[in-house]
Each structure stands twice: as C-alpha cells, then as structure tokens.
Design a protein around this ligand. Structure first.
Ligand SMILES: Cc1cc2nc3c(=O)[nH]c(=O)nc-3n(C[C@H](O)[C@H](O)[C@H](O)COP(=O)(O)OP(=O)(O)OC[C@H]3O[C@@H](n4cnc5c(N)ncnc54)[C@H](O)[C@@H]3O)c2cc1C
Length: 601
C-alpha cells in the first residue's frame, strides 16, 4: 500500500557515518531535513574503529572532539612482528604511529557506535535529530525535467515501515545507505573494480595472553597468516583483524574458527579468549561506483560509492569526510548563499578522493600479502618502512582537492605561504589571542560554523608602512563583506576575518587594530575580539613561530582563504582585496548590494 507524499528539503537515507556527518552540517545551517534508517535504533557495537587524525580534526571543528578523545584509545606506537623461522614470531621493531608534524591531533581508536552517538548528541543540542528508525528505503527516482527548477521537490523516495509504504518528495537525497545501497541500485549505478575479494575476520575480544604488545597497535606477519591488533578504548578490549586464507567463504567463518586462526598466528604466545564481544567476517572488494550523482539531486556517499579493505582503517573516516564535504555545500545552496553548481564540486572532489583511496588500498593490500612480498623480494624491514610511509595517507592528511570555483591555484602567489597547500586542509600553528593572551591553535579560530575565513597575515604593525597597508586592506575587505553578506546578518557571518600579526603583542593597543577585525556582532551588539592573533611568545606555552611554520615572510605578508570545511581555497598577496572579492563573486549568489567598483547587481 502506498501512502501520501510528504516533503523535505533533504532526505538522508541511512544514519551511518556519512549520513550523520552531513546531518550535523545541515542542522548548523538550519536546513529542513529528515533521516530514514532501516535499523530499529542506533548502532550499538561493532564495525569500524580507527579514527584518523583528520577525523579528530573534523570532530574538533564541530567542537565535539573532547568526548571522542576522552573515550578513546590513543595510538602512539606501532609494533612490528615477523616469523622467527622456527614456527613462531618475534618483534622486529617499534615505530612511532605518526609524524609529529602531521597533525596536532592524535590518532585514536573508538567504536563506530560511539562516534555516531557523539554526532547525534551534537545534533540534538541544536534541536532534536529528525531521524526515523525502522524505515527501509526501497527506491529513488529523479524527475529530471522538474530538476531544472532549483526549488522543485523533484526526487521521489519510496520507503516502508511495518509494511506500509509511503513516498517522500525531496529537493535533494543523500544515499548514505552503506555498501549494499538501495539508492545506488535504484539509480542503476554499478560498482566497478576488483572482483577477487579477500575475506577478513574481525573480532573484539577480552584476551588472556602473555603476548607483550597486546596494548599496542601491532602488525603480525607470521607463517600462519597476517593479523593486526587494535587495542580498544578502556583497558581490556582488543580488536583482531585476521586475513583469512584465499578461498575462504564468509558464511563458513565462525567465532571459533577466528579464535583458532588467531591462536595459530600468536604462537608461541598463548591466546585464550575470555569473551568475544563482537565478531564479523566480511568481504571487501576495491570498488567504486561508476557515478556519484544523478542530476546533482541525488548524491552517493561513503560505502554506497566506494569499498575497500579495512587494513588502512579508511572506511568510516572517508565516509565521514564525504558527509562533511556534501553537508556544508547543501547547506550553502539551500540557504541561497551559493548556486546549485557548487554541488558539482562534491562529485569532482570526492570521486577523485575515492579513486585515490582504491589505488592506495590495492597497493596496501599487496603489501600485506606474504605471497606478493616474496615474489617481489620485499623484506620485513621494507614492509615496515612502507607501512610507516603510508602514514600521511592513512591519517587522512593526503587529500588534495583540484581546481574549481572554490579552490583556486596560483603558483606565484602560493610562494607567499610555501608551507600551506591550496586544496589541502589548513595546517595549524600556535598563536596568541590578542584579547586575552591565550596561547591557542589557529585552527580553533576556523570552526565548522558555516563560514568562509579570510586570514590576513599582515606582519608587524608597529611599522607604520605595515599599519597603513593593513588599514587599506581592512577598508577593502569590509566593502567586500558588505557587498556579499545578506542585509541584517552579522558582518562576519558569511566571510569571517582572522588577523594574524607578527611582533610583540604587548606594544600594540586595541585602537591600532582596524575595526573590520573586531566587528560588532551577536544579540548584545558587542565588539567581537576573538579574531586577532599574534605570533608571539606566550607566558606558559612557548612560541608557536606561526609565520615560520607557514613560511610567510612578515614583511611581505599573505592572505589565505579557507573554506567552511577548513580546506585552503586560495593564497594571495596580503593586499589583493580585489582578487579575494572576485574569488567570492565567482560562486556566491549576489545579494543585491553595490559592488566594490560601484556598479549595482
Ligand atoms: C558489518 C560491518 C563490519 C565492518 N567492520 C569494519 C571494521 O572492522 N573496520 C573498518 O575499518 N570498517 C569496517 N566496516 C566498514 C565501515 O563500517 C564503513 O566503511 C563505514 O561505516 C561506512 O559508513 P557509511 O556511512 O557509508 O555506511 P554505514 O556506516 O554502513 O551506514 C549505512 C546506514 O544505512 C542504513 N541502511 C542501509 N540500507 C538502508 C535502507 N534501504 N534504508 C534505510 N537505511 C538503510 C544502515 O542500517 C546503516 O545504518 C564494517 C562495515 C560493516 C557493515
């Protein structure tokens, strides 16, 4: 029985990592959306658990990293174990889990259910999450003619609960429904890629063992097979990933066979499993959907459009990043800040990320295969070295988005900040907040609150020429913000200025800072003093040397545009106000204000 048609601006199919991350943005943008989830309630346990540094940064940008960090296991060291040629295993060496420069955040382990819960809690703080459990999406259809009207509810989704089917009409639909995506199948899209799937067993156990590295992330390559140890949150639970022999069929795997395989790999160490909290066996091929969108009205995310092995711990992280990428863009389009063409960048950015991920996973999978290592003469030392080298990738820090309306490359001006990469996430450095002498990471000034950021590295304004230059920049940027920001909104609500000065903080007074950087905002109409920073020595936390970290010469300065998702959009001369204004005009909708050059829209 098919029931009435209801409407929503965005319909999210599936409440996994990708769906919830997109929902978090939509709640922040105040968008009308709904989530349909076929499970009866939230995920309780199991699935992924590796949280890359980039994912911790993402949670931090939403101001929800504290719970994540408090609850999780922190991965600091890797232990590599090999066959000892006598039927047992021996430790070859230890290695640090991440390069210090990779991120100021740690790599942690926390079960996916808790990660999902943290996102749900954050959404609930802005209003109750509009999620319906026990509803199965059955089909999705786009009325492509109607899709020409940006306001049309042109996507029709059939879903059923307790046998009662209904149709929901949406402007946009997100297929966040996992590897067996009904949304993808319904659109006729295919998964392309390798068919020779390896079977992996995974189990969360309480082990009784004399193996010395049981509380470290460890990779064991023994004659009996490969096993990865992932210590889990709390002090007791441990996860084992076990690669099962070629030809293994998932339905033949059971808890006992996994335990037996683990015991063989750990020999001569004892491995008694006191309890298995969760286990699963699953086949993951390296596959990517042939299309990520239908008419730019339905978008696939996460496992629905890419699957790969769990070795590099990418699945949940990349899926979160998909949701993070599409979420803010949908918010900006539905709030009429940007035209629907902005959504095309979701496909160009995340499709290439998925392709790179699958290529990386193929390489990583080979690396784990004892047969491939033997055939290619890869020693255990070379294996360990390659594993550590892959760290930037596995930390989620290698993603680089290509040229588009929202990512603008220029080899010449990029030399002004050579340690910052356009298309990559903005790196952080310690600075001191001018208003309260707080030493803090600059990235904290760029939270995920639906804003673009313009960072002005204006040098030392105790120098009168630098001060005069800053005044001029501020006047130009203020005119740009007035042109592009909707009437009645706070002046920093769309394009948020961040000023980073060099030199001594204590010899500069507030009145030397142009007012554009301390805008009057909020319900009390107060001056916002949280946007001005100095690259200076702090009382208790040393000197961050931010200019040096970014490679910015204080005499030359630089201006850097950062997207709402913390990726670098453009690096230009510090006084290139017109270039910055043109960049924003290139994709933001006009709001009917006079342009900088005096002409009207
Ligand atoms: C059983 C299992 C074990 C895994 N184990 C690991 C692991 O050990 N390590 C690792 O790194 N990765 C693991 N993964 C992969 C990792 O969990 C995924 O890469 C990640 O969850 C992908 O996020 P997602 O949001 O795309 O999909 P998911 O997190 O799978 O979320 C999809 C959601 O959609 C819902 N859904 C599906 N179909 C419908 C429908 N028709 N209507 C409504 N709702 C629907 C599902 O119930 C689910 O809640 C595992 C995945 C699974 C399924």
């Amino acid at each position: 029985m098919t029931n009435t048609t209801e409407q929503t601006d965005v319909l999210i199919c599936g409440s996994g990592s990708a769906g919830l991350c997109a929902a978090l943005w939509l709640s922040r943008y105040g968008i009308n959306y709904k989530i349909l989830e076929k499970r009866d309630g939230p995920l309780k346990m199991g699935q992924a658990d590796g949280v890359q540094t980039r994912t911790v940064e993402l949670f931090d940008s939403f101001n929800i990293a504290e719970d994540l960090l408090k609850d999780s296991y922190h991965v600091l060291e890797l232990a590599f174990w090999n066959s000892n040629q006598a039927g047992g295993i021996r430790r070859s060496h230890y290695a640090p889990d991440k390069e210090t420069a990779l991120s100021h955040q740690p790599h942690v382990i926390l079960n996916q259910a808790r990660l999902n819960e943290i996102m749900v809690e954050a959404i609930n703080r802005t209003g109750e999450i509009p999620i319906e459990y026990g509803v199965e999406v059955r089909s999705v259809e786009v009325d492509e003619e109607a899709a020409n009207d940006p306001d049309a509810y042109c996507v029709h989704v059939k879903a059923a609960k307790d046998g009662v089917e209904r149709t929901i009409a949406a402007k946009y639909v997100l297929g966040c429904d996992g590897a067996h995506s009904v949304v993808r199948k319904s659109l006729g899209f295919k998964m392309l890629g390798d068919s020779s799937d390896a079977v992996w067993g995974v189990m969360d156990v309480y082990p009784r063992t004399n193996f010395p590295d049981i509380r470290k992330k460890a990779v064991i390559n023994s004659e009996a097979g490969n096993l990865i140890i992932i210590p889990r949150e709390g002090d007791a639970l441990v996860r084992f990933y076990i690669e099962l022999p070629a030809g293994t069929v998932v339905k033949d795997v059971n808890k006992e066979s996994l335990q037996k395989q683990a015991q063989l790999i750990f020999q001569p160490y004892t491995m008694e499993v006191a309890e298995t909290a969760w286990w699963s066996a699953y086949v993951i091929g390296q596959r990517r959907a042939d299309f990520f969108t239908k008419a730019h009205r339905v978008f696939l995310t996460g496992d629905a459009c890419h699957t790969h092995s769990p070795k590099a711990g990418q699945g949940m992280n990349v899926s979160l990043q998909d949701g993070y990428n599409i979420g803010w863009k949908l918010g900006a389009v539905l709030n009429k800040q940007a035209p629907p063409s902005l959504l095309e960048t979701y496909v160009s950015e995340r499709q290439s990320t998925a392709t790179e991920l699958i290529d990386f996973d193929r390489y990583f999978t080979k690396l784990f295969s004892s047969k491939w290592r033997q055939e290619n003469g890869i020693s255990s030392e070379q294996f360990a070295e390659a594993f550590v080298k892959a760290g930037r990738y596995t930390a989620g820090q290698a993603v680089k988005y290509g040229e588009s309306a929202i990512t603008s490359y220029n080899k010449e001006t990029e030399k002004l900040a050579p340690n910052v990469d356009v298309g990559m996430r903005f790196p952080t450095a310690q600075v001191m907040r001018f208003s309260d002498a707080k030493a803090m990471q600059l990235i904290k000034a760029l939270p995920s609150i639906c804003r673009w950021y313009v960072l002005v590295f204006a040098g030392d304004i105790t120098d009168s020429a630098a001060a005069a230059r800053l005044d001029k920049i501020a006047t130009g940027l203020q005119a740009m913000a007035e042109e592009l920001t909707p009437v009645g909104a706070d002046p920093d609500s769309l394009i948020d200025p961040v000023l980073v000065l060099s030199g001594k903080r204590t010899v500069v007074e507030q009145e030397q800072i142009p007012e554009y950087f301390t805008p009057v905002t909020g319900k009390w109409g107060m001056k916002n003093l949280h946007k001005v920073f100095f690259d200076d020595e702090s009382y208790n936390d040393g000197h961050g040397h931010a200019y040096e970290c970014y490679g910015v010469d204080p005499a030359l300065g630089a201006m850097i545009i950062v997207r709402p998702d913390q990726y670098v959009a453009k690096i230009t001369q510090v006084d290139d106000v017109n270039g910055v204004a043109d960049f924003f005009r290139g994709f933001l909708n006009p709001v009917g204000r006079p342009k900088l050059n005096g002409k009207h829209e």
